[in-house]
Design a protein around this ligand. Sequence first.
Ligand code: DX5
Ligand code: ZN
Length: 220
Amino acid sequence: MTLKPIICPSLLSSDFSFLARDANYMLDCGADWLHMDVMDGHFVPNLTIGAPVIKSLRKHTTGHLDCHLMVTNPELMIDDFKVAGANSITFHIEATEPRGITQQVIDKIKSSGMKCAISVKPKTPISDIQPYLNQMDFVLIMTVEPGFGGQSFMKDQMEKVRVLRQSHPNLNIQVDGGLDPKTIQDAAEAGANVIVAGSSLFNPNQNPKDTIQLFKDVIN
Ligand code: DX5
Ligand code: ZN
């Protein structure tokens, strides 16, 4: 593959009371980005962190903060995340398309200077995001129902990655949910190059440095 692998540990699996320590440890282990899962208890049935936590973390790391907004009103949070020091914002098409504001949200993220990505939940077809692909820095194909770490990888979602990869050879395609040393094979084969992993990288029985290197080797 010509696109480089980008490995993004999901800090959802970290010890939130030692967030900066865990984030910088992952970067020391070879991680490329830090994946920050923002959940509002409405778009998904779980509640995590918001811009204030990003702001605190920013003071302790220079890493790329990749913010995955699993929220009903992403448009209301973009400015706060920019000010807090986020580097990329991923929003869900399911949160914007029914209200006809997808393009506005993209414009707002891009004009802020952050990288912009759009995501689909497992039941959403990629035809929904097709009109916006040429404006994207990357896309996120969810490989679990968003909301929780530690779920099983949905292999059937690889068809979406395959189709996207065929039509867009230079697009960064991120996958999120259930990625581990076994499932990485399917993801890489389909054409994903941006890998989010929470529980497999924070697994106390495995050295994250080895797992990150393995992810990179399989993608290359
Ligand atoms: C799920 C989140 C993921 C999650 C992945 O809604 O978007 O980023 O942390 O965790 P694992 O790798 O454990 O499936
Ligand atoms: Zn995520």
